[in-house]
Design a protein around this ligand. Structure first.
Ligand SMILES: [Zn+2]
Length: 282
């Protein structure tokens, strides 16, 4: 059975509308979800990648709902597929305030306001509470919608796949801590930045935690068996995964090895012109 195509717009609840960023890809699935939260004067969460068709689609959806413009824009994190549309959204809706957590940002559009964990943003009949959730990105905020006990998870929890922990700015220890933090909230539904709505939010978060634990034991088992490099470990553990995704898999294995190294459980010996060799510490 062919899965039905992911809709360009949707209205998953009274308070939440969704407009697709129109940037499908290997890493983005159907594309980035952007959300309009509120009943009359909606807050826009994320802006897609800056694909030219996005703002017209956003306008069409606003029109369908009888809305004029977004009251403000909140961003989950600095990755291009979330902030790439800021310029176009501002050009179409001049003066719209844009906020994110300002943290280790190399380059950002001008005039973005800082937003911190717990600093509630009030819309009409909605309150969005930022929750600092580093791990996928060091500046990542999820947004908790108290009125629905729902969570906008950005890239921390996804609709269709697991989250990447990039080697430069990611941190698996921080990521697992962030998942525990989300689990402690009173969450029902999750609105992820990629893929469909997740009805059982806590169930999915627990799956993510279990998945990482399983990966970790697979990696330790591979090391015990004498596989000492990331390519060797990827070749064993990701044998069923298309080679196109092996670079991402390598990043994931690296994030686990870095975590284990920080915990003193493995050690790395760097090689000249060859991948590092890793071993379990006695
Ligand atoms: Zn991201």
């Amino acid at each position: 059975m062919t899965p039905s195509p992911f809709p360009q717009t949707a209205t998953p609840s009274d308070r939440v509308g969704r407009v697709l960023g129109l940037n499908p890809g290997l890493m983005t699935g159907p594309g980035t979800n952007t959300y309009l939260v509120g009943r009359r004067d909606p807050i826009l969460i994320d802006t897609g990648a800056g694909v030219p068709g996005y703002v017209p689609l956003l306008e069409r959806y606003l029109g369908e709902r009888g809305w004029r413009r977004p009251a403000r824009v909140l961003l989950t994190h600095r990755h291009r597929d979330h902030i790439g549309g800021v310029r176009d959204v501002r050009a179409r809706f001049p003066g719209v305030p844009v906020a994110k957590m300002l943290h280790r940002d190399a380059e950002l559009p001008d005039g973005i306001e800082d937003l911190r964990d717990g600093q509630a943003v009030h819309g009409d009949d909605v309150t969005l509470r930022p929750v600092y959730t580093p791990g996928h990105a060091s500046d990542h905020l999820c947004y908790y919608l108290a009125e629905e006990k729902a969570l906008f998870t950005g890239d921390v929890v996804l609709g269709g796949s697991t989250t990447v922990i990039p080697s430069d700015d990611g941190d698996l220890i921080a990521y697992l801590y962030s998942l525990q933090r989300l689990l402690a909230l009173d969450v029902q539904r999750i609105y992820p930045a990629h893929g469909p709505v997740i009805e059982d939010g806590p169930g999915r978060i627990r799956e993510y935690i279990a998945h990482r634990r399983e990966r970790e034991s697979q990696i330790l088992a591979a090391l015990e068996d004498g596989l000492a490099t990331i390519p060797a470990i990827v070749a064993r553990i990701y044998v069923d995964v298309t080679p196109a995704l092996h670079p991402m898999a390598a990043m994931s294995v690296e994030s686990h090895l870095k975590k284990l190294a920080k915990e003193g459980r493995v050690s790395e010996s760097r090689q000249r012109d060859a991948p590092s060799r890793w071993e379990v510490r006695a």
